[in-house]
Design a protein around this ligand. Structure first.
Ligand SMILES: Cc1ncc(COP(=O)(O)O)c(C=O)c1O
Length: 406
């Protein structure tokens, strides 16, 4: 019987079985190596480890079999040569940057980013001598004029948080590659694929070099761990793993186990979230207390055509702008709606099986000034909804009653 190439299997099959196909023999679920260090059979093992033998485990900040299994599964799922698991999405993002950029280097990014990433770029990177320049996602050709010999990374998110703007992946790949001529070297194009996930878009197949993702969100999907991942080719991930050793943002074996377990239902969950989000977005578009619904799957979204080209589903995130009727101002209306939801949970974060709401000016974008909020398109009346897998009629009903308080 010929062996199966796991890459020929569907996403769900890869997410459930990983590389553990016939004739693999062993536990059906993943053992948790809850240990900081590993016994050597003899000191020869130390020598083997020092010479780079991957079969010798030493210390869990460097590597751990439970974490390794999750990394292999994620690489297989996302079509990457290698993956590195981290203690958080931010540990993944910062390590991904420091693996390529150092003092004197420049990054080009689209401005609509997760608030934590934006503040890392704005407040932390300058302390290491790294500068970030911003390019409007509607004018990606400007990448070529912004590139200099100091540019090392082009960074973007799509859909963006919380405004769900779409960055044209084909165009950003094209302009980054053209920019390489001016830079005189290869530019590392990184996407944060947390919102869409591999279920809805395939950045590596589109020509993006590396993916960072908060595994806290859809990959885990149960709001019970914090983790992150970097995916890309072997050469880059080798550098990521070296920097990770010294920055120390290693994943925890128990969190890795929970992630491994959750990945088995990942595709099912995300497809249901896509479906629920589209139905909820359509219902909210008809509600008189909703001034605007932003969802890439709606024809009213300004970049719906691009989204339809590069995404196979439109994700589980919906953002609305509330029209204040009873309250004095849009922010009061957003607060009143969030405070009257009974099924939907008023909590930060996203991607879990339970539907959550958050007000960006009070959560992800709380440390931004008025100008920055305008540039990011974030308004006071916005509510960001992370749609879960509940019965969609319950969600529609809950929003309908809570919006009466807007
Ligand atoms: C798009 C995006 N990227 C990265 C992060 C950071 O991930 P973590 O909270 O796991 O560090 C978040 C967190 O909300 C996010 O929404």
């Amino acid at each position: 019987m010929a062996d199966i190439n796991p890459m020929t299997l569907s996403l769900s099959t890869r997410a459930i079985h990983g590389r553990k196909l016939y004739p693999f023999k062993g536990p059906v679920s993943l053992p948790i190596y809850q240990t900081s260090n590993f016994r050597f059979e003899s000191s020869d093992d130390a020598v083997k480890y020092a010479s780079g033998d991957p079969s010798v485990y030493v210390y869990s900040r460097y590597h751990n079999p439970t974490i390794r299994d999750v990394e292999e599964k994620l690489a297989l799922m996302e079509g990457a040569e290698e993956a590195a698991l981290f203690a958080s999405g931010m540990a993944a993002i910062s390590t991904a940057v420091f693996a390529t950029a150092s003092s004197g280097d420049e990054i080009i990014s689209t401005p609509a980013l997760y608030g934590g990433t934006y503040r890392f770029f704005r407040d932390e990177l300058p302390k290491s001598g790294i500068t970030v320049k911003y390019v409007d996602s509607e004018n990606l050709a400007a990448i070529e004029s912004l590139v200099s010999p100091k540019t090392k990374i082009v960074y973007f998110e799509t859909p963006t948080n919380p405004t769900l703007d779409i960055v044209d992946m084909k165009a950003i790949v094209e302009h980054t590659r053209k920019g390489e001529k001016k830079a005189g070297h290869k530019l590392l194009l990184i996407i944060d694929n947390t919102f869409a996930t591999i279920v809805n878009q395939d950045p590596l197949a589109a020509g993006v070099d590396a993916i960072v993702e908060s595994a806290t969100k859809y990959l885990c999907g149960h709001s019970d761990i914090v983790a992150g991942v970097v995916l890309g080719n072997k050469e880059y991930l080798g550098r990521v793993k070296t920097v990770a050793k010294y920055h120390g943002g290693c994943a925890d074996p128990f969190a890795a186990y929970l992630l491994f377990r959750s990945l088995k239902t990942f595709e099912l969950r995300v497809r249901k979230q896509n479906e629920n989000a589209l139905a909820l977005a359509k219902a909210l578009e008809r509600h008189p207390s909703v001034a605007r619904v932003i969802y890439p799957g709606l024809p009213s979204h300004p970049a719906h055509v691009i989204a339809a080209k590069q995404m196979t589903g439109f994700g589980g995130m919906v953002t609305i702008e509330v029209r204040n009727k009873r309250t004095a101002a849009p922010l009061d209306a957003a607060v009143a709606v969030c405070d009257h939801l009974r099924v939907v949970v008023n909590a930060m974060s996203l991607g879990g099986v339970e539907t959550l709401v958050s007000i960006p000016v009070y959560s992800s974008h709380v440390h931004m000034n008025g100008d920055e909020l305008r540039r990011h398109g974030v308004t006071n009346g916005m509510i960001r909804i992370s749609v879960g897998v509940e019965g969609v009629e319950d969600l529609i009903g809950d929003f309908a009653q809570a919006l009466e308080y807007a």
